[in-house]
Design a protein. Sequence first.
Lengths: 471, 474
Amino acid sequence: MSDLLALSAAQLAERIRARELSREEVWDTYRERAAADDLNAFLWVAADAPDTGDGPLGGVPFAAKDLFCVRGVPSQAGSRILEGYRPPYTATAVEKIVAAGAPLLGKTNQDEFAMGSSNENSGYGPVLNPWDRTRVPGGSSGGSAAAVAAGQVPWAIGTDTGGSVRQPAALSGIVGLKPTYGAVSRYGMIAFASSLDQAGPLTRDVTDAALLFSVMTGRDPCDATSLEHPEAIRLPSAQDLQGVRLGVPDDVESAAGIEPGVLEAFRATVARAQELGAEVDTCSLPHARHGIAAYYVIAPAEASSNLARYDGVRYGLRVDGDDGLLAMYTRTRHEGFGAEVRRRIMLGTYALSSGYYEAYYGRAQRVRTKIADDFRAAFERFDFVVTPTSPGVAFPLGAKTDDPLAMYLNDFFTVPMPLAGIPAISIPNGLSEGLPTGFQIAGPAFSENRILDAAYALEQAIGFDTAAVHA
Amino acid sequence: MSWEPVIGLEIHVQLKTQTKMFCSCELSFGDPPNTHTCPVCLGLPGSLPVANEAAIRFGLKIGLGLGCELAPRSIFHRKNYFYPDLPKGYQISQYDEPLCRGGRLGDVRIHRVHLEDDAAKLVHVGASGRIHGADSSVVDFNRGGTPLVEIVTEPDIRSAERAREWLILLRETMRQLEVSDVNMEEGSLRCDANVSVRRAGESELGTKTELKNMNSFRFVERGIKAEVARQVALLEAGQPVVQETLHFDPQSGSLTSLRSKEEAHDYRYFPEPDLVPVAVTPEMVEAVRAELPELPAERAARYETELALSADSARALAFRPELGRYFEAVLERADGAPAQTVANWVAGELATRLGDADPAQSKVAPDALARLVAMVGEKAVTAGAARQVLDRLVADGGDPAAIVEAEGLGAVGGGDELAGAVRAAIEANPDAAEKVRGGKAQAIGPIIGHVMRETRGAADAGEVTRLVREQLGV
Ligand SMILES: [Zn+2]
């Protein structure tokens, strides 16, 4: 294998800039690997390198989760209802990355409309975990995570609604950053749950995450909820954690389904943090444990409305007949959507129905406010809250498909942050039973620079070998 | 025992902003179908709405014009339902936190005013042009996303005629605010009515029905009238009024119930997560307030109270601001002439001659009309002659005194001259004179006619009558 594969995206960019590597060489190497994908990570691979000019990303190709709209390129959100759909416009996040010099290598597989934690809900088949091909890579950005972990692409972007960047990053042994809500424009991201969705990088290391994220931020006139990030994103450089106060939620050890190996790896990294100078104490987020319940009301409610536009009238799948409009709607949506998407549309529709709105949606929104308050209080005492990213390692394909509740519990540690709109990162945290685990660092809104610094210091201390599965 | 109708209106006004409510497509009327569309107003995957600031400003202008309370913070909701003219599967509207609340226009209280986006236009292709029997239906998204303001009144209207009159007042108000074309036929002004009846004197409201599709002022009046009659007939027959939505067919004048299935909508309103709250600052309100013209209701009230004009004249001048402005210009120059007289000349004589044209653009200078009105007041010219002068002014402009001189239209009045003409007329009509002397007052006609003929209409009829009677000693 070429040495080129051992380099991070930032290193590739540097070599290209120094003319030690050519863009074409990098493109051809990765293009060949993406085209030969046997993990079902890619749904579309570009034929030719687009000319992206010079920029901070230096010609290093990237992949985008299928749900990012790209002009003229299939953008299906992992759903059969959008099979072959080619948008007439490009998502702002993708445009910014391309403008910064990274060519788009391909579109990656995902859970349908980002609804899932295993990538088994894709309308185009599951993605395999490169660490163990009998297991899932996590989801919903499973294709992006697997492709980066397997060295099919130097870096990628995904979206995180309840953990969909961080959890697959953890299960695939890479870095995943979920930014502050509003930091990255959602324009052109096929929506799952509008108040939670946020695009973020999936990369081999923290430096790559910072570099890719640095070009994605900014207020977009096309997204009313986007905001100018108060700080330019810097490449991280911290070597220690002197004076950094870490809060460990008091219910981490007792979390449902937490695996001993995951807990052990987590404790070891907390100890490393202390060695690096961090002060560690337990913190209380009394409402965070209701996060799953609130999330699985709010996200489906928004989704039930966001997905109403897939009605067979204007684009995508249409299952016609001669028995009227309602029958066409019903058939199209029944055949076009997978079981999990239909389940969530039903849940969300119910939660918004008159007579139930207050009991479900209203109450879930109040829980959401409480969770945000919990974090605000915690950040008065702590710089960051740290947890394992996922309670377990990558599970075998099919292990949880019949038990939606068990599947939803995968999001236990990742759901509270999007509910509170705050940023969090997952970094590889060593192995448990030979499979990657993740360490999550969450901070206050717009604290990405500090999160990236802390993550960088820990990354050096952990010394995870990201190249383990590139062969 | 009589029945009292109780009527509330829901009016949709299309705003004439440059661009749509949530995207930057230009508004268009009559352009080829689907030429003003973009990912946002087509509801393409991944697109997001951004609220049009101009539309918010227009909404505030309407709120101020109707005397509403403006919410410092209001939010958009999604109203969810499936229909091919609704590309996102929901309409973005305002629900429990609207832009404006309260207010009053004339004698009708305003309940609320809120912003939303319009649906696209469905066109049914086939022989009938209607949904039943159509071969297919196609959608024109040009209209989709046009900014709308919905104005909801309190149930303060008590007759179909008043509903129509009030709606005209509302249209004039919107027109003078310059926020909409307010054309009912073209759909930029749409009106639904909530109608119930109750026994006169009762305070409890009866069961109401909602009337849709009344696309002209006449149909609003006719539709409501028909519905009131229907409800009264039901109640008098001892049958209940059922709460339902009715469609008024102007051709047959009949009301048909829309199927209850369409009524059973649960719109699943929830706050639109793609938009941020509309924050209205005091500066925004002041900037909009500074743009407000004097509105018809205010202007009419001012004319009635300050100038003692009749309600009809006040309305006629207030509803057409250009007439009102012209009236005020003439009044200023009319040197103490009664305002009502000036109003009659402007809103009556002049407006009849000019039609819809702006009098300020006509050849009749306010000065000239003021002088003409003064000449009538001084009896230097009769009203009849003055109308002829006005014809000349409208056609060619000029100075009324010069026209009177040139045409010999001056009033034959200077006592002796007219007395001579009366004397001659009596001599020429001895039979009539005899009858008048004998007490038949109405026999005076031929004598007066004679005088008017001789003076070519320049004599004052009142003065002639007085002189005839004087000379005949009655
Ligand atoms: Zn548009």
